[in-house]
Design a protein around this ligand. Sequence first.
Ligand code: FA5
Length: 344
Amino acid sequence: MSDLIGQLEALQVEAQAALVAAQHTPETEAWYAAYLGRKGKMTTILRGLGQLSQEERPRVGKRANEIKETLEAALLVRQESIAAAEMQRMLASEGIDVTMPGRRPQVGKLHPTNQAMREMVEILKQMGFQVYDSPEVETDDFNFGLLNFPPDHPAREMQDTFFTTTPDVILRTHTSPGQIHAMRQYAPEPIRVMLPGKCYRNEDVTARSEMMFYQIEGLAIGRNITFSDLKGTLLNFANQMYGEGRKIRFRKSYFPFTEPSVEVDVDCVLCGGAGCRLCKHTGWLEILGAGMVHPIVLQNGGYDPALYSGFAFGMGIERQAMLKRGVDDIRLFYSNDVRFLERV
Ligand code: FA5
């Protein structure tokens, strides 16, 4: 018996010395297998238990457990100190300097189109216009027919259309079909709504034209609404958007859904009207199309044209942003060039 206990105690001394010599985690794992594992030295010694008498066996077993627990505790302590040393070596080799100042993170900001859109929405909101959401995918009827574009009329070619594989379903070419949606929802109540959103035209992309762009539409309907109301609204808009003291002028134009129709110019933001490259030496910049809502369109929207009248206007959001911020190419808006997006 004493022989077995002697062997176990000798094993403990040897194992403790071997543990101190282990310098890395894999060595401590090998150490465990060699001394305490199923095929380790302790198991080999304990095979001798079978030869002992009934009285001797518990005493030797108890001593073996004590030694095993002592060695396991020593292993944990050793593994922790090896892990700490390994971490120290790693930090030293990476040379982390915790006193170094951090890099400033890049913060995002609103896209220039959204900035301009919010600015315009804010101005129109002050004049009592409410945002009305209307779909980007429309039927031919809403985009053209109900807006008084006769079938096969050349006016349709003013706005080259993207068709879908479903007959009659198209991507809207302007925000004007939203006029019909809003009128049909509110008629015969008076309305004052604005419709901001994306439009699509199957056009060549140039410095002035994109295939996808934003418009914002305004529509006011009620009794006794006159052309003067349209003029006052647009002058107020121009003053807030481009600065106090702006002048605007109306040129006669044609849209099937308004009568009379006009195009509206503001005096050049760059030269103040003297003439420069931006305004092509005319002193004026075109900002939008507008007019009095055509009686047929009022009727299609559910209003009696004998009792109601209204005005509408529609403008390109990127074009306004270009004028205001001096951007000379619309393609910059959607080319994802961070330098442009940061600057504007
Ligand atoms: C229209 O779209 C009419 N629906 C506007 C309107 C509304 C008139 C209500 C009367 C009453 P127009 O095709 O001119 O009209 O387009 C209006 C504005 O959208 C243009 O002045 C321009 O600023 C912008 N726009 C048109 N096509 C493009 C394009 N391809 N790229 C960028 N902006 C465009």
